[in-house]
Design a protein around this ligand. Structure first.
Ligand SMILES: O=P(O)(O)OC[C@H]1O[C@](O)(COP(=O)(O)O)[C@@H](O)[C@@H]1O
Ligand SMILES: [Mg+2]
Ligand SMILES: [Mg+2]
Length: 334
């Protein structure tokens, strides 16, 4: 039975899927495939640490802050170390930017790729057994192989991503990614220690099922955002907000909906980080037939100026994102 380019047999192990995908690209040299395997390996180790965190006494804060002034949790640091080590040992990566690191981590000067990573997403939910995740973006380096990694390498627009995805550590753990030819979800089978294809060519449903926003900030939002939230309520759309971006995004990707983190008085540029949170999810949602904007422009077209820059984000069903953007512009230009 022949499979169309986007169709793969559910239950396919990740390794075999990556191999089949690679065959689609005659010029593929296997480095990106190996890099995806390295990320999956680190994901398994982080999943293990999370599942045992309550027993290993690795809950709570470390007592120091990251470059954004946020208290680093033990698991933020453990996840950061696991991913950096796996990428270092893998040999495919020249440079890494991470939420938990002030500067570019220069890895293998012969590496072809750049990785931007949020090692542990949903930090406020770590100690309360609520789904958390890891978010990653992969780019080809711009600088000479063998040479130094430059700012130009790490400050690429999201439309330059060659792959992106996330790991979700929840009731079951999953790896969801795209290499620009569809979005695929793999579920982790801990007793075998392998990811198996469970979600084939994910497409966001048209149905406007959920809106996801921290309504605790309602009075800190612009008028247009308050109007949009009121509109969602009037039209009976259900509210869901976990407070872990990966988990909120994943639910809406499978069920339909919009997640948004607008600018607020405390976060005038928005809270989420463009390079290692917004870009990856924007690439995925577009591959799944959805849309991602900062309210003014397509997230993937924003040229980053700094590694840890923040960005408002509206992401999900096209119809819902278009709706909130038109309200933002209506209110901005009465
Ligand atoms: O508590 P708030 O302000 O709603 O923010 C929650 C958001 O912040 C985040 O926790 C930020 O990510 P990190 O946990 O990686 O710092 C998102 O996962 C989540 O959507
Ligand atoms: Mg995050
Ligand atoms: Mg994080």
């Amino acid at each position: 039975m022949s499979f169309k380019k986007f169709d793969f047999e559910v239950g396919l192990p990740l390794d075999r899927f990556i191999k089949k995908k690679q065959d689609d690209f005659p010029y593929a040299t296997g480095e990106l495939s190996q890099l995806l395997r390295d990320i999956a390996l680190a994901g398994k180790l982080v999943n293990l640490a999370i599942s045992k965190s309550g027993l290993l006494g690795i809950e709570g804060a470390m007592g120091k802050n990251n470059v954004q002034g946020e208290a680093q949790q033990h698991l933020d640091v453990i996840a950061n170390d696991r991913f950096i080590n796996a990428l270092k040992n893998g040999g495919e990566v020249a440079g890494i930017i991470s939420e938990e690191e002030d500067n570019i981590i220069k890895v293998n000067c012969d590496g072809k790729y750049i990785v931007a990573i949020d090692p542990l997403d949903g930090s406020s939910n770590i100690d309360v057994n609520v789904s958390i995740g890891t978010i990653f973006s992969i780019y080809r380096r711009k600088s000479e192989i063998g040479g130094k990694v430059t700012k130009e390498d790490v400050l690429q627009s999201g439309n330059q991503q060659v792959a992106a995805g996330y790991l979700l550590y929840g009731s079951s753990s999953m790896l969801v990614f795209t290499t620009g030819a569809g979005v695929y979800g793999f579920t982790y089978e801990p007793s075998i220690g392998e990811f198996f294809l469970s979600h084939n060519n994910i497409q966001i449903p048209e149905k406007e099922t959920y809106y996801s926003v921290n309504e605790g900030s309602y009075f800190n939002f612009d008028d247009s955002i308050r109007q949009y939230i009121d509109q969602c309520k009037k039209s009976g759309i259900s509210a869901r907000y976990i407070g872990s971006l990966v988990a909120d995004f994943h639910r809406n990707l499978l069920k339909g909906g919009i997640y948004f983190y607008p600018r607020t008085k405390s976060y005038p540029e928005g809270k989420l980080r463009l390079c290692y949170e917004c870009n990856a999810l924007a690439f995925l949602v577009e591959q799944a037939g959805g849309m991602a904007s900062n309210g003014q422009q397509r997230i993937l077209d924003i040229k980053p100026e700094s590694m840890h820059q923040r960005c408002p984000m509206y992401i999900g069903n096209k119809s819902m994102v278009e709706e909130v953007i038109s309200l933002i512009n209506e209110v901005a230009t009465p």
